[in-house]
Design a protein around this ligand. Structure first.
Ligand SMILES: [Zn+2]
Length: 188
């Protein structure tokens, strides 16, 4: 790697670390994503947040993402991450994608008047859980949205909680939404 390129990479890593800390990320996660030293990152964290970095275990439970409200937010985060990745330039690294997707999730929830439940650390672990196949995403056969599921659970014939609560069933085939859209001559 040329010196200039190495320098650019290093500057990018510092910038990424700063962005992650501003979103509340913990030192071990920032260290893994940026490859900067933990010693340096603890100092940077202190400088940015004005308090000592949090200690304790980093999140590593897949079950957290499957609980009701968390499930919605985590599934939404994945959808946002996909769209951010689609429009990102080829050089965008994983860290930049995480920062953009998480910031967008926070903005979307704020605009909807909802409380953000998922920390950026959990968003990081979520991407990892999908990578290592602890979790997968299943597409709802009615609304087409993709939701998180434990790995190995059947993906076909998935019906999301929202559609279920609107009276859709897997067995019936006919859906209230189609009727409402005026699929015409169908008799209820
Ligand atoms: Zn659905």
């Amino acid at each position: 790697m040329s010196t200039k390129r190495a320098l650019q990479t290093e500057i990018l890593q510092y910038r990424n670390a700063e962005r992650l800390f501003r979103l509340g990320a913990r030192v071990p996660i920032v260290a893994e994503m940026t490859h900067l030293s933990s010693w340096f990152l603890r100092k940077l964290s202190l400088e940015i947040r004005g308090e000592a970095p949090r200690k304790g275990q980093i999140p590593n439970s897949d079950q957290w993402y499957l609980r009701r409200q968390n499930h919605l937010q985590a599934s939404l985060f994945c959808a946002i991450y996909d769209s951010v990745k689609r429009v990102a330039c080829d050089e965008a690294d994983e860290c930049a994608l995480l920062v953009s997707a998480y910031s967008e999730l926070a903005r979307a929830l704020e605009a909807a008047g909802m409380t953000l439940l998922m920390s950026v650390d959990r968003a990081w672990w979520l991407l990892k859980s999908l990578q290592i196949r602890n979790l997968q995403r299943a597409r709802c056969r009615v609304c087409g949205a993709r939701y998180l599921q434990p790995w190995g659970k059947l993906e076909r014939n998935f019906l999301c909680g929202d559609c279920r609560s609107q009276g859709y069933t897997l067995a019936g085939g006919r859906s209230p939404r189609r009727v409402a859209r005026g699929a015409g001559h169908e008799r209820a």
